[in-house]
Design a protein around this ligand. Structure first.
Ligand code: SAM
Length: 286
């Protein structure tokens, strides 16, 4: 049995024993490998970076979905950029009020192979009649679509390879353009202890673009280096300041069963540590 050594960071990283290699291919866009690991279940990596594991994917997908959707409270149209493994789509589909889900994933091979080798991630969500799956560059889509969305979730790889453009100023501006009144953009934004510059860059691009911008966090074990941050940009300053009781009512009304998300976690996730606040130039978590 060989090992899978993540190569995201020079001189520091995580290693998985590959108990079974399930699939490996160079797609049109990236190198993909899916393997079985006794502790973490099935694991997918793209271009040397761990993307998702069966064991801990619920944390990431629940937090990047239920925080914006329950804060918005009336989202009908949702856009997912990336998300080829289908885990985000599975969580969005759990919201009965959502009427239309557009998912723009650049690499159709990721979708096909995750349907085959990571079926628990999507759990049939790709067959949801609300889904419009578009195989295209998310940047091109948000720059050209005339559709508007209540929530946009950028579930991208790190800013390397095809994912790099999803951290650009143009991307955030285009997403802002595609948001309906009261809309919210959330994005995967790396682990600040290891990728502080990524948070700083995003902060500088969100500032002035959104009525309210901030970050929220969750510790996802296989996104190594500490808690992961999610960027938050909203056209409505009230969405991030909902009373706990309001969140509790929304969560109860949704009827969604979770393994990580709850209203208290939702509220607490927006409390950033000092070094992150200083890095993004904010005096506090207000
Ligand atoms: N949870 C992972 C993380 O936090 O790094 C992301 C998982 S998901 C597999 C990332 C997806 O983004 C991949 O399927 C990749 O093909 C897709 N992607 C990368 N660049 C893209 C782009 N420019 N447009 C659309 N999808 C893109």
């Amino acid at each position: 049995m060989s090992d899978y050594q993540e190569t995201l960071y020079d001189g520091y990283g995580q290693r998985f024993r590959m108990d079974t290699l399930l699939h490996e291919v160079r797609t049109e866009h990236q190198h993909l490998v899916i393997f079985e690991n006794a502790r973490m279940g099935r694991v997918m990596a793209l271009d040397g970076v761990i993307q998702t594991t069966e064991a801990d994917e619920f944390i990431y997908h629940e937090m990047l979905t239920h925080v914006p959707l329950l804060a918005h409270g009336a989202a009908r149209r949702v856009l997912i950029i990336g998300g080829g493994d289908g885990g985000m789509l599975r969580e969005v589909c759990k919201h009965p009020g959502v009427e239309q889900i557009t998912m723009v994933e650049i690499d159709g091979t990721v979708v096909d192979l995750c349907k085959t080798y990571l079926p628990k991630h999507s759990s049939g969500a790709f067959d949801d009649p609300r889904l419009n799956l578009v195989i295209d560059d998310g940047m091109r889509f948000v720059a050209t679509t005339d559709q508007r969305f209540d929530v946009i979730i950028s579930d991208s790889t790190d800013p390397i390879g095809p994912g790099e453009v999803l951290f650009s100023e143009n991307f955030y501006q285009a997403c802002r353009r595609c948001l309906a009144d009261g809309g919210i953009l959330v994005t995967q934004n790396g682990t600040p202890f290891m990728q502080l510059a990524e948070v700083q860059t995003t902060a500088s691009r969100m500032h002035g673009l959104f009525a309210d911008w901030h970050f929220y966090q969750a510790a996802v074990p296989t996104y190594i280096g500490g808690a992961m941050t999610f960027a938050w940009g909203s056209t409505d300053i009230g969405h991030r300041r909902l009373a706990l009781d309001t969140l509790r009512q929304s969560f109860a009304k949704s009827g969604i069963a979770t393994r990580y998300y709850n209203p208290e976690i939702h509220q607490g996730a927006f409390a950033l540590p000092q070094y992150v606040l200083q890095a993004i130039g904010k005096p506090g978590n207000d």
